[in-house]
Design a protein around this ligand. Structure first.
Ligand code: P6P
Length: 338
């Protein structure tokens, strides 16, 4: 791991602005407000049973999933933190059916914020790492009226993307389009401190990440790839592979950013009309931006995730991301086997 000057998130953003000049004050404020909100979520998550935050809420989200109490809390923290500052025009969340336009009593900014407020929430009650994923788009046009269509921009248009992992450490991983930086929450000072810069994903790996219980439902290219990994040293890959599956995308992606690997949540025939389980706008796109900025690759099996033109705010997508040479291999299998 390269050693870095341990500066605060604020100082990092100001220095990035000086060096690269592509971080308008409004975007810097947005990142800092969201990072502060993530600190509050980390505190709520860490309370666990002491904070009456475990278990399910009585509501369902737009995905038809029963919401956990912390899903609702995290969503409320992010909405309340971001609506008054004048840096945003509107927000979209996995936990909200439609977009949340900044109320008229507040000034509107030029950015759109999308987030999965608490990813991996099935792991909350069993004390496994979970996280927040967010994506920032620029508002197109300068009218005050904002609609869902304003959000439907391909992932390559993102101004920034980040995730927080609430684990043994609370970690913020951020890209503004100029590499990937990693911040660790210093609980004594309450600051996000730069602990790694220029994060790179190794091009090769011996570790795959997929929910193996879905094996019988996969398409042939995915089945071929995993069978070859399981073939180990004696098989066509000529090397043994390891498998990891946390069940929190933020945790699996963070491991890949840290030591390489390939993460797959592909289409499967359980629900043939759904391209995948994960959501494009606030899970796949921000993670794809971060992974590509770290030298990895991210496709839906056949095409670059960041090139997909969205048609619906909550649309789902197949995801294959991580070490470039492995993602390339899976994509080639899709092209060969269709
Ligand atoms: P499964 C969490 O619910 C999530 O959206 C991702 O964070 C995670 O990678 C995936 O679903 C886990 O899905 O089907 O293995 O429970």
């Amino acid at each position: 791991m390269n050693t870095v000057r341990r500066v605060s998130l604020t100082q990092y953003l100001i220095e990035q602005q000086r060096e690269h000049g592509h971080i308008p004050g409004e975007l810097r404020l947005l990142i800092e407000v969201v990072a502060r909100a993530c600190k509050r979520i980390a505190i709520a998550v860490n309370k666990g049973a002491l904070g009456d935050v475990l278990g399910s809420a009585t509501t369902e989200n737009v995905q038809g999933e029963v919401q956990k109490k912390l899903d609702v809390i995290a969503n409320e923290v992010l909405v309340e933190a971001n609506e008054w500052g004048g840096h945003l025009a509107a927000m979209a969340s996995e936990e909200m059916d439609s977009i949340h336009v900044v109320p008229n009593r507040y000034p509107q900014g030029e950015h759109l914020l999308l987030f999965d407020p608490l990813d991996g929430s099935s792991n909350i009650d069993v004390n496994v790492s979970i996280g927040t994923i967010f994506s920032v788009l620029r508002k197109v046009g300068h009218t005050r009226g904002i609609s869902e269509e304003d959000f439907l921009q391909p992932g390559r248009q993102q101004a920034a993307a980040a995730y927080c992992v609430y684990g043994p450490q609370s970690t913020l991983v951020l890209t503004l389009g100029n590499g990937v930086a990693l911040f660790t929450l210093d609980r004594e000072t309450g600051s996000w401190v730069l602990t790694q810069n220029g994060v790179r994903i190794p091009e090769d790996t011996k570790e795959f990440s997929i929910n193996m219980s879905n094996l019988r439902h996969w398409a042939p290219p995915v089945r071929r790839y995993i069978d070859e990994c399981l073939g180990g040293e004696e098989g066509p890959r000529g090397k043994d592979f390891n498998m990891r599956w946390v069940g929190s995308m933020v945790s699996d992606v963070h491991r890949i950013l840290t030591r390489g690997g390939i993460f797959m949540y592909p289409w499967d025939k359980r629900t043939p009309d759904k391209p995948g389980k994960l959501r494009l706008m606030y899970e796949a796109n921000p993670m794809a931006f971060i992974v590509e900025q770290a030298g990895g690759m991210a496709t839906d099996g056949t095409q670059r995730i960041l090139d997909i033109v969205p048609t619906k705010l909550h649309q789902r997508v197949g995801v294959v991301l991580g070490s470039a040479n492995e993602v390339r291999r899976v994509t080639e299998y899709h092209q060969q086997l269709g």
